[in-house]
Each structure stands twice: as C-alpha cells, then as structure tokens.
Write a new protein. Sequence first.
Length: 151
Amino acid sequence: MVITRKIEFSASHLCRNPRLSEEENQKLFGPAANAHGHGHNYVVEVSLEGDPDPVTGMVLDLKELKQILTHEVVEPYDHRFLNYEVPPFDRVIPTAENIARDIWQRLEPRLNDARKKLHAVRVYETPDLFVDYFGTQLVGDQLSGDRPCSA
Ligand code: NI
C-alpha cells in the first residue's frame, strides 16, 4: 500500500542554462530566465510504498515522516533562492523536474528499508503544474535542463 504526506515551502528560482546565449535563454524559458528570479509556493507530496508494521499497524509513523521531510526538504529549501543557496542548483537548473529528483535523492536514504521504500515524489510548482518522479532517469546530463519551468 502507498501512504502520502504533503509538505509546502516557498522559494525563489530562475531558469537559465549558462551554456546558452541570453537570446536562447529568453526564448526557451521566457520571463523565468530573468536574472532577479521569481518565487513559487511549492507543494510536495511524498509517497511511500510498504506493508504496515505488525506492531504499529503503520507503514511509517506519519509524525516521523513529517520530521524527516521537514529536516531534509523544508529546512534546506524554504525561503531560499534555490540557484544561489541550495546545491545542486548552483549547477542544475531548478525546474520542477530537477527539484523532484533532488528531493528524491535527499529522502531515499532516509526512508528505504526492508519494509518500505520511496514510491513517488510529486512537486507542484503551481496548482496546475506538477511533476511526478519515481526514481528513474533516462539520461544522465543534469545540466541539459531541457524543459522550461513556468514563469
Ligand atoms: Ni518559476
């Protein structure tokens, strides 16, 4: 079965690829490439797959899950300018896609064990735009940033 916990944080970002020209960045990312950045109220849903513990009846105590999410995601991300304050976004474009992957990498070592594993990370950048990540990767080039984030 799958359990999900939702968290929120607010952060600034800008989306541009240093390998591209100013004109190409504006064409690809639009206003999201503007140098002074802009903010989003991100909503993240973290889903765990597992079996309930026979003693507690829970896959993972949701209070404990909230503590892990607060420590690993909210504290490092909240009220930060991602490009300048939160590695790896000094070198990885902080699109919703790359944010979902970074959150996965922060959480997986804290959550996976014999009874449960991280199932999905869903990142809402706006109420009508979200990304689901299941821990798989088709290509390895993290700087390609081939999908623009919304402005
Ligand atoms: Ni944006």
